[in-house]
Structures are given as C-alpha cells and as structure tokens.
Design a protein around this ligand. Structure first.
Ligand code: PMM
Length: 269
C-alpha cells in the first residue's frame, strides 16, 4: 500500500503554497485536515527550495517549524521534517518526528548522516545536483540518478545508518527538465531495484503544469498529480508527497480496488 505524505510548507515563499500556512493555527488546521483525508505522514518544511528563494539558517528554520512539529506530535500526527540542516532534523526528531526528509541526500550538511545514524529514524535521501534552476547534464538520467543515489546510500551506511531505514527519491524537478522527470517516472522500477522504498514528489511541479493551459491555476495541477500518484503506486512506490491529499487518496483507492480486482480468483477455475 502506497502511503501519502502531505506537504506542509511553513515558508513565506514556497512555489505553490508559500505564505498560506505561515500562521501556526492555519498550518495546524491544514495538517489535521490532511491527516483526516488520508495522509499517513505530514512533511513539515521551513525553507523553500524554489529558484531564487532566500536561504534559511537552522535557528531561523527551527523557529518556523518547531512549534508546528510539537503540536502535530501532541495531536498524534506522524511528522516528517523536510530540512537540509542536521540541527533542525535533530530538534524535530527529539520532539517526536519520525522521518527526516532531506532534499540534498546528506550533501547539504555533513552532520546529517551522523544525526540519522544516532537517532535511528527513517531517512529520505533525495537525488540532488542542485535546484530547479540548475541545468544538469545526464548521460542517461535514470542510470545516473540510480548510481548517484547508490553512492549516497553507501556513504550513509559507512556513517552507521541502517540501509533498511533509507528511502530514496529521484528528486523530480531538481536539476531535471520535464523529459528527465518523465523518464524517471516511466522507469521507476530501475530505481526500485536498489531495494529501498521510493518516494515520489511530483505534486504541482512545473512539468505537471506543462500538461495544462498556460494560465491554469495551481490547483488544476492536482488532477494530473493524482494520476501520477496512482501510477507511482502501481510501480510500487512506498509513498507519494502531495499538496492535495483528497485527490491523491481517491486515485490510490482506485488503484487499490483495481489491484484487489485482479487478485479475486475466478469461480470454478
Ligand atoms: N520537493 C520539494 C520539497 N521537498 N522532498 C522530497 N523528498 N521530494 C521532493 O520532490 C520534494 C521535497 C519542492 O516542492 P514544495 O515546494 O512543494 O515543497
């Protein structure tokens, strides 16, 4: 069963929901709504990765995210912390976060691997060569991402991280053009063959928006995102990271019924 990770950006400048959840009461209410709609985990982030976003240091990031993390944990909601900073990750785990989601796969902060090893929590290592504004050259994007993620895992294991705690993410849109993203999705099984859970973060990204008319509102991206969620589930993804939980829940329900339908034995056969 593929899990849903609901996105909660408590930032002034994230690309699709920047500023919307800056007030703690709004952020908590949105997280509760996502959990009720079927999010197994809420991913709290305090630093935008969009091109041109202002970098945030760990103390400022902690100021943004920690009150939210504490409140969600108190309400029994599973929390993941979306951060590049080892000190933010550590503070969130100490407060009860169950997963560290690191878009740099440990490259952003050399202390991250140690924090993951010492805390023993699950860790999402995303493929990272840079943000959406970086034009990276790939020989074969799927093979290159696979090799680079494999190298990240090897380094994490040397630092003492248990391999079964590591979830991998191809990092859609991060130094990848639309064609790269579709190749990574279409050949997800090649990444899955590394033997780790796979997280897919396609939600509302530019390559999804490119399927729609140019002036389409951001929320129109939720339907194609939900289709990607179902197809990712079909490819065995461990989780999908999305902004709109109800539409992805519905898409995953369809996939689960579809799969259950295939498993019903034919009478008399
Ligand atoms: N994308 C964003 C932020 N965090 N984390 C993971 N693991 N995978 C992603 O693809 C990812 C991420 C950028 O999107 P946002 O601004 O909507 O959070």
């Amino acid at each position: 069963m593929t899990l849903i990770m609901g996105v909660l950006n408590v930032t002034p400048d994230s690309f699709s929901d920047g500023g919307r959840w800056e007030h703690p009461d709004d952020a908590i209410a949105h997280a509760v709504a996502m959990a009720e709609a079927g999010a197994a985990i809420v991913d709290v982030g305090g630093e935008s990765t969009r091109p041109g976003a202002v970098p945030v240091d760990s103390p400022q990031e902690r100021k943004r995210v920690m009150p939210i993390v504490r409140e969600l944990v108190a309400r029994g909601i599973s929390v993941s912390i979306d951060t590049l900073h080892a000190q933010t990750a550590l503070a969130a785990v100490d407060a009860g976060a169950q997963l560290i989601n690191d878009v740099s796969g440990g490259l952003g902060d050399r202390d991250m691997a140690r924090v993951v090893a010492e805390t023993g929590v699950h860790y999402v290592a995303m493929h990272w060569r840079g943000g959406a504004d970086v034009a990276a050259g790939y020989r074969d994007v799927v093979a290159d991402v696979r090799e680079e993620l494999k190298a990240r895992v090897a380094e994490l294991v040397v630092a003492g991280v248990q391999p079964e705690r590591v979830i991998l993410d191809p990092g859609l849109g991060f130094a990848k053009d639309p064609e790269h993203n579709w190749q990574l999705l279409g050949r997800l099984d090649e990444l899955a063959s590394l033997g780790h859970g796979i997280l897919i973060g396609a939600s509302r990204k530019r390559f999804v928006g490119a399927l729609l008319p140019e002036d389409a509102p951001m929320t129109d991206r939720d339907a194609p995102t939900a289709v990607i969620s179902a197809l990712a589930a079909r490819s065995g993804a461990w989780a999908v990271r999305v902004h709109d939980v109800p539409s992805t829940r519905l898409a995953l329900d369809v996939w689960e019924r579809w799969e259950a339908g295939a498993a019903i034995p034919v009478a008399g056969a």
